[in-house]
Write a protein that binds this ligand. Structure first.
Ligand SMILES: Nc1ncnc2c1ncn2[C@@H]1O[C@H](COP(=O)(O)OP(=O)(O)OP(=O)(O)O)[C@@H](O)[C@H]1O
Ligand SMILES: [Mg+2]
Length: 257
């Protein structure tokens, strides 16, 4: 359902520091599946999903989502089909607004803005029902400014805001990396509950091999802009995945240094 075809991306093209990252890159992502993307720092994971969301342009190639060529659309238009949650718990939310206001804005994304319409009773009931599904008690903090929430609560809210209009595709860029291990696991579990319940196709970048194995359907490993592993998550053990990572990536890094 997501088709990435013959993508090229070079940073600083024609300059001494030219960096050719993707060279005729192809990838197809299946509907209703969670695909994990692994790989070392700088291998191109964020660049790839930024090109999908439209925050970075492609040099050439195409990206289509359910038959629509989204690579021709600006980022704002793509955000009607794509939800995204980043690593930084302050980025996906407006800190000076309360939970209800943040959720209301997400609910009305793509429509004409009006605060009075935003806060209609029907919308409020819908928002409360969505917060309740998350089961973190955020429905009891509707008027709390988001700046007073913990990192985990903010990421849970960002996740809900990114999915409230049931996007065709959800992009998660290390969305639990800034959280402590316990909160990270909790937010991962909430994420998986939500994407399974709403049947949302998801691409999840993570450095946590165990999370990738446990929570995704398919694992893709990138290195220097190339796919070096593409496997069903049930077809590989944690030890095998670790060895593969160590042999293919860590050995390369130490050989180069
Ligand atoms: N806007 C940009 N301008 C120039 N270079 C960039 C830009 N964005 C990314 N890069 C470079 O492209 C490479 C890939 O970066 P990217 O952020 O995609 O890596 P990543 O796999 O997400 O790494 P990490 O695990 O550290 O988040 C890096 O060398 C980075 O410096
Ligand atoms: Mg990154």
């Amino acid at each position: 359902m997501l088709k990435i075809e013959n993508i090229n991306k070079t940073f600083y093209s024609g300059m001494p520091e030219e960096h050719k990252l993707f060279n005729n890159f192809n990838l197809t992502i299946q509907e209703n599946k969670c695909t994990a993307i692994l790989g070392p720092n700088g291998c191109g994971k964020s660049t790839l999903i930024n090109m999908i969301s439209g925050s970075l342009p492609l040099d050439n190639g195409s990206i289509s989502l359910k038959g629509t060529k989204i690579s021709d659309l600006v980022e704002e238009k793509r955000s009607n089909y794509i939800g995204k949650v980043n690593q930084d718990p302050s980025k996906g939310v407006s800190l000076s607004l309360n939970i209800l206001e943040n959720m209301s804005i997400s609910l009305k994304k793509g429509e004409k803005f009006s605060f009075s319409r935003l806060l209609k009773k029907k919308n409020k009931e819908f928002i409360v029902s969505k917060l309740k599904e998350l089961d973190l008690g955020l429905e009891n903090k509707l008027n709390t400014q988001v700046r007073f929430l913990s990192g985990g609560q903010r990421q849970a809210l960002s996740l809900l805001m990114a999915t409230i209009k049931r996007p065709e595709l959800l992009l998660l860029d290390e969305h639990t990396a800034a959280l402590d291990p316990k909160t990270s696991k909790l937010i991962m579990e909430k994420t998986i509950d939500l994407i399974k319940r709403e049947k949302i196709t998801t691409i999840m970048i993570t450095h946590n091999l165990r999370h990738a194995l446990e929570y995704s359907d398919r694992i893709i490993m990138l290195n220097k802009g190339e796919i070096i592993l593409d496997i069903d998550s049930t077809a590989i053990t944690e030890d095998e995945l670790n060895s593969f990572y160590n042999n293919r990536i860590l050995t390369n890094i130490s050989a180069a240094s």
